[in-house]
Design a protein around this ligand. Structure first.
Ligand code: PHE
Length: 388
């Protein structure tokens, strides 16, 4: 059979794991951190359709690693970050984490931003019992994959509630249309939580339209939405699609605000001809703003700008926090063995991150505040912070 190498590798690994499980053994992988350094794995979308997510979360993680190593490392060793690019493609995250665990013997894995890709990697991390920490995947299912899976961000039932209340209070919307990417667990989940809360609070969902990842033409869905005369349109999608959707909505004469969640956050959202104008007066929720007024956040913004020459966004801040949280757990464990790191991660209490104080609950999620950002004069402008 003439299969591509990636496919063959995947089949081989799958068969190997199945054989071990059938023989009643836990597949072993993941290092014990007994070498001269502590290998930490990271998988991220450094290229492809959501490259903005991977790039900044990777930068945040890098900054944390540099600071930890400059301060003497962990347990007397240096942290070695090993990064795999999944190219924003389905199937690549599973391959990436298998490599990190089997080949690189990492003690823990950081990633991913997008919920769908975290969900793809989680069964493997769980099976090999290597802790996985997602910086910013907000779909509840991610940490439900097992007790080795953690995150440092809030989850979408909260984010949906925040935006439902915002729609009613600030946008004064009574009728809202929802446009969802059915291929993305993040989009489907956030759309559902938003809708449930908005309706429970007396609002009406006048239209529910759908699209898939590679769609470029949203005119049919937008025309149907226009016919229901909504006060606003909720689009829980990733930035690349959002820009196209907003531009086409304006072309069709839809003038009401569009709003969404953290998936909107990337400088690319505003790029391209007419995008900034089309998005004027639109809003999204996220985890962090560099304009936030906390000393911890300000300090982080300064350090990040000095290293990368750009302002950090939510993914950068969460990538930074995910590495710091892991370092804290390794210190408290006094060991870099995955099985010893896990209970220390689970016991995280009042950890002071740049995105807020973190206590992990019994489901390994962090209860945190959300930030709402508006688009004004072609810029992201901090609007408000909403506490749980
Ligand atoms: N929360 C999104 C998801 O789960 C990812 C995301 C996080 C995007 C933060 C932008 C900023 O897929």
């Amino acid at each position: 059979m003439n299969l591509p190498t990636a496919v063959r590798r995947r089949i081989f690994l799958g068969v190997a794991v199945a054989a071990l499980v059938a023989a009643g053994c836990k597949p072993t992988g993941g290092g014990a951190g007994t070498g001269t350094d502590i290998p930490v794995g990271e998988f991220a979308s450094l290229t492809g359709s959501e490259a903005a997510f991977g790039r900044t979360s990777h930068n945040g993680t890098l900054l944390a690693v540099d600071q930890i190593n400059a301060a003497g490392g962990l347990l007397g060793k240096q942290v070695k970050l090993i990064t795999e690019d999944n190219q924003s493609k389905d199937g690549e995250s599973a391959t990436a984490v298998k490599k990190l665990i089997s080949r690189d013997q990492v003690v823990a894995i950081l990633g991913e931003v997008a919920s769908g890709r975290s969900l793809e990697a989680a069964p493997i991390c769980q099976q090999y019992q290597v802790p996985q920490i997602s910086p910013s995947s907000t779909n509840p299912k991610v940490t439900q994959m097992g007790d080795y899976i953690f995150r440092v961000c809030f989850i979408d039932p909260f984010q949906g509630t925040v935006m439902a209340k915002f729609a009613q209070k600030t946008l004064k919307a009574k009728k809202v249309a929802v446009l969802t990417d059915v291929g993305a667990p993040y989009s489907v989940g956030l759309g559902t939580y938003f809708k449930e809360r908005f309706q429970a609070d007396g609002g009406t969902i006048v239209a529910e339209q759908k699209f898939t990842k590679d769609d470029k033409d949203f005119k049919a869905q937008l025309t149907a939405i226009k016919g229901t005369a909504p006060d606003a349109i909720f689009v829980p999608a990733y930035y690349g699609q959002v820009t196209l959707i907003v531009l086409q909505a304006r072309e069709l004469g839809i003038t009401v605000p569009l709003f969404g969640g953290d998936g909107w956050e990337a400088p690319e959202l505003l790029q391209g001809s007419g995008a900034a104008e089309a998005l004027e007066g639109c809003y999204f929720s996220t985890h962090f703003s560099p304009d936030q007024d906390s000393p911890r956040a300000k300090d982080f913004v300064k350090q990040y700008e000095a290293k990368f020459g750009a302002r950090p966004d939510a993914m950068a801040a969460l990538g930074y926090d995910s590495m710091l949280l892991l370092a804290d757990a390794i210190k408290r464990a006094g060991s870099a063995e995955p099985a010893k790191i896990r209970p220390m991660l689970a016991a995280t209490k009042d950890f002071d991150g740049v995105t807020g104080r973190m206590t992990l609950d019994k489901d390994r999620n962090a209860e945190k505040s959300a930030v709402i950002i508006g688009i004004k004069g072609g810029k992201f402008v901090y609007s408000e912070t909403v506490s749980p």
